[in-house]
Structures are given as structure tokens and as C-alpha cells.
Write a protein that binds this ligand. Structure first.
Ligand SMILES: Nc1ncnc2c1ncn2[C@@H]1O[C@H](COP(=O)(O)OP(=O)(O)OP(=O)(O)O)[C@@H](O)[C@H]1O
Length: 299
């Protein structure tokens, strides 16, 4: 378990983190979600022992986070950090040696990581011949050389092709199955929804809310229904909840979606109105964030 207590960080007058406290369960995939400048990278850099001057503390299984725990952590930075003029193998060797891996063990682990990130066939090619997605995958591989228990990923899918994104998602599923703890910072809410079991929303340096994804959806996202039909008016729909227009129909927010659906079917039958579509809209994390902060994540 990773416990963060009253973490604070200032850059001059800018308060990047304000009394951040979080508990990250072992084996969870924990999403850290917030808009640009929210403080995600700052928090992650503290956990990865890159930033040292901060207030508060972080404990991994009750041991204070310090340089000695670095070998348990694999940090994948937001910016790609590779040597472009050498091969994938060369880069992996470099990072492996930084963690004290040598000799046969280094050769063996390099081959394992190349397989893991799907780059075995390009292992001898220079990085400057790689696509953006391949570089991202190698960047991840470099952080895995020492087999960390805690993997911290800072926006690992920014600017990559869908195929590499899929590949990275599959890797994350594999890490989860292997029992690793993952911290996944992103401002792509749909990625966090797909990958993470827990999430913390961070905004302006503060944790706005955190918990399991299922709990937060249940607590904050108001269920919606989508209704479409040629003779259905906003006036009618508004009788059943808060309505807005969407794609030629109406989005209706209500806490009793099934009951309201039944009522609408009844109303339409009685008034000879033909329904084109009537469906339950799944609540999304984006709605939770909006409810909590009053803003969209990517305004
Ligand atoms: N080295 C620095 N010097 C001064 N201010 C900084 C520095 N690094 C970050 N900040 C400021 O601290 C705040 C938090 O930035 P941080 O990079 O942690 O946010 P973020 O959530 O990771 O954003 P992004 O998604 O854009 O990477 C921002 O206001 C940012 O401008």
C-alpha cells in the first residue's frame, strides 16, 4: 500500500500541490486524473524521487519513500527519454545498468523486455528510425528493466497511434495480472475508465475526490436516458427530469431511469407517438468530474 500524507509542493509562488493525501491499495490500477497544470506530474515526480524538496510524506508498506525504495518503482515520464542514436537494445542496457543489472542477467532481461514491449524484431535498429508509438513502448520498457512492483505512468499514450495505444493497454493488463501496482496519470478520462479500478481527481493542486471507479460513478454521475421521436417535444421530456437537446433527440437526467423509461413508453402509447429511440446512457467519469468541479476535463 502506498500512503501519501499532506503532500505540498510550491514552485516559487505557484502552489502545485496543496495538502494532498491519498491511499493507493497494493495491486490496484490507480488513475490520477486532472486537467493540464493540475499537479499530476509534480506528484508523480515526488513519488519517483525526482523532486526532493516538498512537504508531507509518502510511505510504501509503511516504509518512508526515499532513494532506497527507488528500485521498487518504475517511472515512465511524460516526455520520451531515450538516446536516439543508439539501438533499442543499447537503450535497455543503459537503463538496466543504472539499476545495477549486469552480465547474463542484463542480456536475459533485455530480451524479456523487448518481447514485452513488442520490439524484438526492431531490437538492433536505432531509435531515430522508430515511430512515435514504438518510442513510447521502448520508453516504457526502459522503466521495466529492474522488474518494479510499482509502475508509475505519466500520460503514456499522448500522441500515439491507436495500435500502439492498444499494445500499451494490453501491457497494463499484463502488469495488473502480475500483481503490480500501477499509477496512471492522464487527462483522457475514457482511458482511465477502461484501465483503472480506483481514481483520484486532482484540480488546481488539490484532490477533489477519490475512490473506486464504481463507487464514484454511483455517487456522482446522474443516470441519463436518450429519447428520440418525431413528435416528442422538449416540453414533454422536461416533465420527467432535467432535459437537454442532443443529436436530434433529448438527453434526460433522472435518478429513476427505469421508472421514467416506463412512463415515457406509456405516455407515447397513450398519445400515439412513435418512439425512434429510448435508451439508458451509461454514466461516465467525465460526468463525475463535471459534477465535482463544474468544468469539463478538456475545456
Ligand atoms: N519546474 C516548474 N517550475 C515552475 N512551475 C512549475 C514547474 N513544473 C510545474 N509547474 C507548475 O505547477 C503546476 C502543476 O504542474 P504539473 O506539471 O504538475 O501539472 P500536470 O497536471 O502534470 O499538467 P500536464 O497534464 O499539463 O502535464 C502548474 O501550474 C505548472 O505550471
Amino acid at each position: 500500500m502506498l500512503t501519501i500524507t499532506n503532500m505540498e509542493k510550491h514552485y516559487g509562488k505557484i502552489a502545485a500541490l496543496k495538502e494532498v493525501s491519498l491511499t493507493i491499495p497494493s495491486g490496484s490500477c490507480y488513475g490520477l486524473v486532472g486537467p493540464n497544470g493540475a499537479g499530476k506530474s509534480t506528484l508523480i515526480k515526488i513519488l519517483a524521487s525526482i523532486i526532493h524538496d516538498y512537504k508531507g510524506e509518502a510511505l510504501i508498506n509503511e516504509i518512508l519513500l526515499n532513494h532506497d525504495l527507488k528500485e521498487k518503482i518504475g517511472y515512465i515520464p511524460q516526455d520520451i527519454c531515450l538516446e536516439e542514436d543508439i539501438s533499442a537494445i543499447g537503450n535497455l542496457h543503459f537503463f538496466g545498468k543504472l539499476y545495477g543489472i549486469k552480465g547474463k542477467q542484463l542480456l536475459k532481461r533485455t530480451q524479456e523486455v523487448l518481447r514485452l514491449v513488442g520490439l524484438s524484431e526492431r531490437s538492433k535498429d536505432k531509435v531515430n528510425t522508430f515511430s512515435g508509438g514504438m518510442k513510447r513502448r521502448l520508453n516504457i520498457g526502459c522503466a521495466l528493466m529492474h522488474q518494479p512492483d510499482l509502475i508509475i505512468m505519466d500520460e503514456p499514450t499522448v500522441g500515439i497511434d491507436p495500435q500502439s495505444r492498444r499494445y500499451i493497454f494490453q501491457m497494463i493488463e499484463d502488469f495488473k495480472n502480475a500483481g503490480c501496482t500501477i499509477i496512471y496519470a492522464s487527462h483522457y478520462m475514457e482511458e482511465v475508465e477502461e484501465l483503472c479500478d480506483h481514481v483520484a481527481f486532482i484540480d488546481k493542486g488539490e484532490i477533489v475526490e477519490n475512490g473506486s471507479v464504481a463507487e464514484l460513478l454511483q455517487k456522482y454521475a446522474i443516470p441519463s436516458i436518450y429519447i428520440k421521436g418525431s413528435n416528442i417535444t422538449l416540453e414533454v421530456v422536461e416533465k420527467y427530469g432535467t432535459a437537454s437537446t442532443k443529436k436530434g433527440g433529448y438527453l434526460l437526467q433522472t435518478n429513476e431511469p427505469l421508472q421514467v423509461m416506463e412512463n415515457i413508453i406509456l405516455y407515447c402509447r397513450e398519445n400515439n407517438i412513435e418512439l425512434e429511440r429510448l435508451e439508458l446512457v451509461q454514466p461516465r467519469l467525465e460526468d463525475v468530474f463535471f459534477t465535482l468541479t463544474g468544468s469539463k476535463l478538456r475545456d
